[in-house]
Design a protein around this ligand. Structure first.
Ligand SMILES: [Zn+2]
Length: 338
């Protein structure tokens, strides 16, 4: 064999090996299945009318007609930090675990779940409620898009798009009104906060929602971390390494994209086996995060507020509109909400 041929073959072999390693890593991250928490064969469930499905969700403490606005998240966190420390506790902490684009009727699967963050909170003194996005309760015409940026922004600022100005993705919010990540640090309520994501629309692009806040934090030297990973598995790793620090961030906000990505690619809702698998991945990551919190050496002396929520539902391969399936959301807490 000629020397040049050998070199070409070696180069090709190297490129193929590198592609296999990178492809394997990417593939593993996209189809991350650490454990099977659903019962055997329970990969999708019967497609029933949405309202009937909501009626089956008896683990939630209100009815969908009594759903709370998603801005409730803001108030729950603010009240948590404003309330006095319970006896025996020396520090307050809060975390919002966001499952982006998670349809609430996926909770129909939880009765057979072997490992679920939502079940864990509900079974240990917590409470769950229906909430809604879109500005006003369904079936009234929504006043803001059931999209990612307006939804999370309403939770982080406590106001709707008419006040925070984020009507859709790709619209940077002005610094005011400030999110809890900044306001709580700036007024001295907490020492530090952290925002962990993989979606680049939050703060990693020129037109990202919180790009102005990120610059403001840098200019003012505030203890607020903005950290983006390439995939949800990386987001989870970033959070867990924060939680493992003795002096972890006082307020952590994160979004996991499993359900939103799968909904856009193959359809939103638990009638879709692939969407169920994405929900399982979100729940597994949620549980890993909660276990890391409960494993903290100082956990017994800390007063944690742990919330799981979503920004919007979805229908078909999308969201943003006014349908029932897009409007209903949920708030799960490790404490009582109502
Ligand atoms: Zn979203």
């Amino acid at each position: 064999m000629k020397k040049t041929t050998k070199i070409i073959i070696c180069c090709l072999a190297f490129v193929l090996a590198a592609a296999a390693v990178v492809g394997g890593y990417v593939g593993w991250n996209l189809t991350y299945h650490p454990s099977k928490w659903l019962a055997e064969g329970d990969d999708s469930i019967e497609d029933i009318p949405f309202e009937e499905a909501l009626g089956q969700l008896t683990m939630l403490s209100n009815t969908w007609e009594e759903a709370l606005p998603q801005t409730e998240i803001h108030d729950l966190i603010e009240n948590h930090f404003a309330s006095p420390l319970p006896e025996g506790k020396t520090a307050k902490k809060a975390i919002v675990i966001g499952y982006d684009g998670c349809r609430v009727d996926s909770f129909r699967l939880l009765s057979t779940a072997k490992r679920s963050a939502v079940n864990h909170l509900l079974e240990n003194g917590g409470q769950g409620v229906f909430s809604y996005c879109g500005g006003v309760m369904y079936p009234a015409e929504n006043t803001q898009a059931t999209s990612t940026a307006p939804g999370w922004c309403s939770m982080l600022t406590g106001v709707l798009a008419d006040k925070h100005g984020v009507n859709n993705n790709g619209q940077p919010k002005s610094v005011d009104p400030k999110t809890l990540l900044i306001s709580l640090v700036e007024d001295g309520t907490i020492n530090d906060s952290a925002f962990y994501v993989s979606w680049d629309g939050h703060f990693s692009k020129k037109d990202a929602t919180y790009i102005n806040e990120k610059n403001y934090v840098k200019e003012n030297g505030l203890n607020v971390v903005f950290k983006r990973a390439f995939f949800d598995a990386g987001t989870k790793r970033n959070i867990i390494s924060d939680i493992k620090k003795q002096d972890c961030s006082d307020f952590i906000f994160l979004t996991l994209e499993y359900t939103d990505h799968e909904g856009h690619s193959s359809g939103f809702g638990p009638q879709n086996a692939k969407y169920v698998s994405a929900f399982r991945n979100a729940e597994d990551a949620g549980m890993d995060i909660i276990e890391a919190i409960e494993d903290r050496e100082t956990f017994a002396s800390e007063d944690w507020l742990i919330l799981i929520t979503t920004d919007h539902g979805g229908i078909g391969g999308g969201h943003g509109g006014a349908s029932f399936e897009e409007r209903m959301t949920f708030i799960i807490s490790n404490k009582e909400i109502l």
